[in-house]
Design a protein around this ligand. Sequence first.
Ligand SMILES: Cc1ncc(COP(=O)(O)O)c(C=O)c1O
Length: 406
Amino acid sequence: MSTSETIAIESARMPPFFAKTPISIDRGEGVYVWDEEGVRYLDLTSGWGVTSLGHAHPAIRAALAEQGARILQNPDSGLTHSPIRARYLELLAGVLPAPLTRVFFTNSGAEANDAALKLARKVTGRRAVIATEGSFHGRTIGTLSATGQARHRARFDPNVPGFRFVPYDDLEAVRSALDPAVAAVILEPVQGEGGVRVPAPGYLEEVSRHCHENGSLLIVDEVQSGFGRTGPLFAIGETGARPDLMTLAKGIAGGFPFGAFAMSEDVSGRVELGDHGGTYCGNPLGCAVAYAVLRHLLDNDVPARVEALGHDALVEMRGWLEAFPGLVTDVRGRGLLLLVEFRDEALATQVAAQCLARRVFVRQTQGNGIRVFPALTIEPAELAEGLATLRAAIAAAADAGSTTAG
Ligand SMILES: Cc1ncc(COP(=O)(O)O)c(C=O)c1O
């Protein structure tokens, strides 16, 4: 098949939900991908924070082949036990933040959040949920109702009722929205889609404290920030916050569609037979891949690498504030979840286009931002190459802008 045939079929056969890039990707290896014509690109998006070990990682390929030759889906699905699921549960239990001890599996982040919201209502007997402005929790009717971006919610009225939105990183706002009707607060420890917002030190711990004083649960959405993306294995890790429920997906299985939600012993003790389920819910193939990913992250101390790489990248990016005054208006992030903010959306669009012309994928975010979130296994030289290209793209867009203006 040629690129033009692929594009023609996909355009004709898929609903128009995405404004697609006219590139057809055939294969990948590490942080590079090749299109159908054999042109190589550097992927600084890791497929939206998913391919944490890069493309076609040997550990993932081995897990897929080995488990694929054994069994993909159990007879009677989740009603039978699975040794690979048990092994993964044991490994995961060793790294989950306290007081989380029990885990159930899903196929995506939205599904994990939907289940967490549903169960929070069930176990507290309350109905209201506090969510934050700018958040993103998924595209099911439940999770879009929890998403603090009106553009995702408005066209699907009526949403699920009961959500209260407060500004992110504003402790007083959460405190005053908490009352005896609130089942839970749901938030991302670092907002990803909302523009890579890192809260002030102490915010998450204090939200956690206020939730518990109010008898409300804290649901931490680590779908994007989890599994080393921001440095620590979980962004909530060393903050002192004590989540009652935590949701996971994206990097959990490095590209295999998988997710999970973890809960405390207390929450688990308040759910009942039949409260939740699903056809796949910890499918052996997903568990095998997730096991291989977590094993690799731990054995290679990937979180420490991410911390160091992210630190150096931010230092480089901070230089752009001076190099492009008035054009680059902020740089921020943690670990390998980084964002460059531009004066306006038009400039960010030009920079993204200039990157692609130089064969580098970046992700335009919230209009005027460019998100950089490569595989966690990216080599320093590869990251440097990507950042040099992004810098050159900014310079080219700035030149084009001044030429146009002149
Ligand atoms: C923080 C967060 N939660 C939930 C989701 C939804 O995950 P999924 O697309 O796997 O349903 C996303 C996706 O971007 C996300 O960033």
